[in-house]
Structures are given as structure tokens and as C-alpha cells.
Ligand binder design. Structure first.
Ligand SMILES: NC(=O)c1ccc[n+]([C@@H]2O[C@H](COP(=O)([O-])OP(=O)(O)OC[C@H]3O[C@@H](n4cnc5c(N)ncnc54)[C@H](O)[C@@H]3O)[C@@H](O)[C@H]2O)c1
Length: 295
């Protein structure tokens, strides 16, 4: 809405009154931005939508295991994607609900879509957190930092130090320009702050909203504008770094057709091993989900 990238926005929620309330709140800001139509609706209103963002999800019940919650969210997802595909078969689906890599994979299996058309928000947010913290540490604009977090959006994600640059300059060479020595331990701590950021925010305010919202907008903008932006998002692996049949994040070219290319960059052997371990973690979660009898 603020960026003026869409002509129309439809909000759908199982609790319809919530969608109505959100729409009222958004519409009351329309006098400050470019005109557009914002409505609450049902799945049939999705016909012709360019991008459908799925951020619906159940939250953990007291005593519920993560796997049981995942099984519940997987069931919700199967129901939602079926409806989305029925009413909007030509669109692109952007998944944000957690665990995002697993739910992206389930959406792919359920719809049988070309993997290019189902995108998980993946590590778009983690990469942005990484760039912000590196920018803060070296005293530069976060937009001048190029660095990626890849793998799972979660505990097994990994930073690609070998490709991290500021203004095209490797961190080791940039450090003296910022009057610092390159400090590996400080960099490790910085990555831990990225990886654990969601826990820190949820502890304080219950959920994360703003940065993920901006991350989703950057993906949608790349699709609707056909920008071919390089973004770290979750997609189905097909042999990259010897990884197959699992969804995780790598830098991808995102444009009008969704994921137009998955970039296999020249990373270090240690990073490739980290990525493979992250893939194994996701594979075993996916396998236990499939084995578990869903409620
Ligand atoms: N990928 C990321 O980086 C990222 C970042 C932030 C949040 N998230 C995830 O996004 C999800 C939503 O977070 P939130 O804070 O907005 O939660 P929330 O509880 O505020 O909103 C979830 C909404 O989903 C709706 N819902 C539940 N079942 C539904 C169904 N079957 N059909 C339609 N709507 C349904 C609920 O009514 C609720 O309004 C969570 O899974 C959260 O972990 C992901």
C-alpha cells in the first residue's frame, strides 16, 4: 500500500472480522498514498491476483509439540492452497507462515505447480537482519552491504562469509577502512544475533511484523515489476550443492515468472557442508511430518 505496487489488495482470514478490521484500518490511510482498492473477501475474490501471500497459521497450544503444531499448520495449508489454486490457477504463491521451508514444500506437493511459482519468504528477513547488523558494525548504509544468509529460515541457517562485501570490497579489506581490525569472533556473534533475532523480538513484543512485511513487499515488487532482483528466498532444490528434493533458501533471481534462476555461487567447502546439514535438518522434519498421522 505505501509503495503503491498494487491496484488492489484482498485480505482473507478464517476470522472474517479480523480481516474486516484490518481493511478498515488500512483504508483510513488511503488519503496519504497512491489510490488503490483494499477489501476483505473470500477465496473467489482471488481470481486474477498476480501474487497470493499466505501468512495464515495456528499458534502453539499449551503443551503442544512443535511437530504437532507443524502437522496442524500443514493441514491448514493443504486446505488453503487447494482453494487458492481453484480460484486463481495462474498466479504466484508466496508463503510466509513458519516453518516456511516445510510449508513451501507442502504447497508445492499439494498443487503440483512449477517450483518457480511457489516462493517461500525463506531467509529474506535473515539476510536483511544480517545486512543491517553488518552495516551498523562497519558504520555504513545497510544497502551498501551485500551478504546472504542461506539454508533453513531457522536454527540451521548459515551466513555466506565468503561472499560478503561492502561496496564490492571483502569485509577483511573493508575493516581497516572502518578503522577496525577484522574480528572473526565479533562476526560470529553478529551472526548469532541474526539467527536468534526472532526469539529476542517475540520475547519482547509477541511477534515480528515490520521487517518481514517489507521483505515480502520486496519479493512482490520484483514479481509484479518483473525486476529480476537477486533475493534470498526458499525454493525447491534440484541438485544445487548436491541437494535435492527439499525447499531452502539460496540467492535467486526473482521476476515476472517467479523464481527465474537459482544461483549456485562459488561458496567455501565449509559453507557448502553447512548448507547440506541445513538441508538434512529440513529433510528429517519433512519426513517426520509425512510419517506422523495428521489430526
Ligand atoms: N517467514 C518469516 O520470516 C516470518 C516472519 C514473521 C512471522 N512469520 C509467520 O507468519 C505466521 C503468521 O504470524 P502472525 O504474527 O501474523 O500470526 P497471527 O496469529 O497474528 O495471524 C495468523 C492469522 O491466520 C489466520 N488463520 C488461521 N487459520 C486460517 C485458515 N485456515 N484460513 C485463513 N486464515 C487462517 C488467523 O485467524 C490469524 O488471523 C506465523 O506462522 C509466523 O511464524 C513468518
Amino acid at each position: 500500500m505505501i509503495r503503491g505496487i498494487a491496484d488492489e489488495l484482498v485480505l482473507i482470514d478464517a476470522v472474517q472480522e479480523r480481516a474486516v478490521g484490518e481493511v478498515m484500518d488500512l483504508n483510513h490511510g488511503l488519503s496519504f498514498v497512491r489510490p488503490m482498492k483494499i477489501v476483505s473477501g473470500s477465496y473467489s475474490d482471488l481470481a486474477g491476483c498476480g501474487v497470493v501471500v499466505i501468512a495464515a497459521g495456528a499458534s502453539q497450544k499449551p503443551g503442544e509439540t512443535r511437530l504437532a503444531l507443524l502437522a496442524r499448520n500443514a493441514a491448514i495449508f493443504r486446505e488453503i492452497v487447494t482453494q487458492v489454486v481453484r480460484h486463481n490457477p495462474g498466479g504466484i504463491i508466496l508463503v510466509a507462515t513458519n516453518p516456511v521451508d516445510i510449508l513451501t514444500h507442502i504447497s508445492l506437493k499439494e498443487t503440483g505447480y512449477d517450483p518457480a511459482r511457489i516462493i517461500g519468504s525463506g531467509t529474506i528477513l535473515d539476510t536483511s537482519r544480517f545486512r543491517f547488523l553488518l552495516g551498523q558494525y562497519y558504520g555504513v548504509d545497510a544497502r551498501s552491504v551485500h551478504a546472504y544468509i542461506v539454508g533453513e529460515h531457522g536454527d540451521s541457517e548459515i551466513p555466506l562469509w565468503s561472499l560478503a562485501t561492502i561496496g564490492g570490497v571483502r569485509l577483511q579489506e573493508f575493516a581497516p577502512l572502518a578503522h577496525k581490525a577484522y574480528d572473526r569472533a565479533a562476526m560470529e556473534n553478529l551472526f548469532h544475533a541474526v539467527r536468534d533475532a526472532a526469539y529476542e523480538i517475540i520475547k519482547r513484543k509477541g511477534a515480528t511484523y515490520y521487517a518481514i512485511g517489507l521483505g515480502l513487499v520486496s519479493i512482490i515488487e520484483a514479481i509484479l515489476g518483473g525486476h529480476r532482483s537477486v533475493l534470498s528466498v526458499s525454493t525447491l532444490m534440484s541438485g544445487q550443492y548436491d541437494i535435492d528434493d527439499v525447499c531452502l533458501s539460496l540467492p535467486c533471481v526473482v521476476g515476472a515468472r517467479g523464481i527465474e534462476e537459482v544461483l549456485t555461487l562459488n561458496i567455501s567447502p565449509e559453507e557448502a557442508r553447512g548448507l547440506q546439514q541445513s538441508a538434512d535438518t529440513l529433510k528429517s522434519t519433512y519426513a517426520s511430518l509425512i510419517q506422523q498421522k495428521e489430526p
